[in-house]
Design a binder for this molecule. Structure first.
Ligand SMILES: [Zn+2]
Length: 204
């Protein structure tokens, strides 16, 4: 089975409890001496076997890392792992999942090899909000419910707002429209990408 490692937590001695996102499930598995293996790491894509046990937690067995080519790019990995951390929190109480999430990560690791990490992840986040029906129309402020005529600012979960309602500097409407409608960040400069990324990191 293939899966992305969402989270690892130390258990007894060098053992690990590992959360893995597969195509249709989020599994929590036990790995003996997992801490000795560098390939059991957040964000990594692995091939593995889930072994049934008599205790409440199944075992993680026969792990093989399926490498991707930005693994050695420190900055990209830090950004990617932050996205995985946010996704793990988002899926915290979930066991069955839509294949959207696994496929989203497959697409992300392909794109990260040749594109800017934050741009790719912001675009993926917009797709996630759309998929979950949480992307709000840009012309209405989520907080005061009145129309937004000038610049639009975004709160956590990309909720549109007036600059005065959440006291944050806004973005030009055309740029956000391109992002919300076509999932494209190309109209934003790097400084704006940093601002958008900060909003993403507030939590899914
Ligand atoms: Zn408002």
């Amino acid at each position: 089975m293939k899966g992305f490692i969402l989270h690892t937590a130390k258990a007894r001695e060098e053992d690990l409890v590992v959360r893995i996102l597969t195509k249709d499930k989020v599994l929590t598995l036990y790995r003996f001496y997992g801490a000795r293996h560098s390939y059991i790491n957040t964000g990594y894509l692995i091939d593995f076997v889930e072994e049934e046990t008599l205790v409440s937690i199944n075992r993680l067995r026969s792990v093989m890392q399926l490498p991707f080519n930005f693994l050695m790019d420190f900055e990209k990995m830090v950004t990617y792992k932050e996205f995985i951390r946010l996704l793990n929190n988002h899926l915290i109480d979930v066991e069955r999942v839509d294949s959207f999430y696994f496929e989203m990560l497959e697409e992300i690791i392909k794109k990260l090899s040749f594109r800017d990490a934050k741009r790719v992840l912001i675009e993926s986040y917009v797709k996630l909000l759309k998929k979950e029906g949480r992307l709000h129309p840009l012309n209405r402020c989520y907080f005061c419910e009145k129309e937004i005529k000038n610049k639009i600012t975004l709160a956590r979960a990309f909720l549109p707002a007036h600059e005065k309602c959440i006291l944050t500097e806004g973005f030009e409407k055309e740029k956000l429209k391109e992002l919300f409608e076509n999932n494209k960040t190309l109209l934003f400069d790097d400084k704006e990408i940093e601002k958008l990324w900060k909003i993403v990191t507030l939590g899914f």
